[in-house]
Ligand binder design. Structure first.
Ligand SMILES: [Zn+2]
Ligand SMILES: [Zn+2]
Length: 269
């Protein structure tokens, strides 16, 4: 299968982007063109929910992220498809960093349901056991796919800030629990992201590739659709897209398993 879309690209607008000069929308689109990518989706971090006070980190990353991105994109001409989305936050089950009205202004929303490194903002598991982390992640995931906000779940079940516990947490989740959770995603038409976050560099491998392969296979069996993601904050990261073949081949994901984007006719992302 040709890996011809990347639906999770950050730009200089994201506070965590260390490549403010190089990671412009225009440069990211040029690189996508060079790589033969047919659809690029921008997904900067955004907080757009007036009912919940954001953290200091999120506060400057408000709705103006999108107007600034759109202004940049207005100066770019390209033959590839460019989608405007965001990476939104789940701070606890039922509590999200964007509203439905805001989500409706975008082409897609990647909903993060495991940003547990944001300890001042995101609810933490009750204890430090793998099972407690697993149950916590499943609650966030189930809430995220049922929220009506998400197009796809960003780096699903990947416990940010606790990657060395990924194997043990996922091991503690039964196939039946996964099938149930992915069934809920299927019911709500929410896709599952396949991310280079599941492919850490060999020198710092805090978990096994078998861990995401196991649950992505269960997601496929549950009928879920998928989106591809480099979660790039730099051109080097964006170039990693072809590495996702390790995951799509292992899981047996084909073009038919890719998400059909709303508003497109017979055209997957
Ligand atoms: Zn994220
Ligand atoms: Zn991201």
């Amino acid at each position: 299968m040709k890996l011809n879309h990347d639906l999770h690209v950050h730009t200089y607008l994201s506070a965590c982007c260390g490549e403010k000069r190089r990671q412009t929308p225009s440069a990211a689109i040029s690189l996508a063109e060079q790589m033969g990518v047919q659809t690029i989706g921008f997904a900067d971090h955004v907080w757009a929910n007036p009912d919940i006070s954001p953290s200091d980190w999120y506060r400057p990353q408000d709705e103006s992220q999108i107007s600034r991105l759109r202004a940049d994109l207005a100066t770019v001409s390209t033959g590839i498809r460019v989608l405007v989305g965001c990476e939104a936050e789940t701070i606890a089950p039922g509590q999200f960093g964007i509203t439905l009205q805001f989500a409706e202004t975008l082409d897609f929303v990647l909903l993060a349901c495991s940003h547990f490194h944001m300890k001042d903002l995101v609810a933490q598991p009750e204890s430090n056991t793998p099972r407690a982390l697993a149950e916590h992640m499943l609650k966030f995931f189930r809430s995220g796919v049922s929220s009506g906000l998400a197009t796809s779940i960003a780096h699903p079940l990947l416990p940010c800030g606790r990657l060395d516990e990924f194997d043990a947490a996922v091991d503690s989740i039964s196939d039946a629990e996964f099938t149930d959770a992915f069934g809920l995603a299927y019911d709500h038409g929410v896709a599952i992201e396949i991310t280079t976050g599941f492919l850490p560099a060999d020198s710092q491998r805090p978990f096994s590739i078998e861990t995401p392969v196991r649950f992505l296979s269960l997601a496929k069996r549950a009928g879920c659709k998928f989106t591809l993601a480099t979660d790039a904050h730099s051109p080097e990261a964006q170039r990693r897209l072809p590495e996702l073949a390790r995951l799509t081949d292992a899981v047996g994901v084909t073009a038919e398993d890719m998400l059909l984007m709303p508003g497109t006719e017979g055209d997957t992302v």
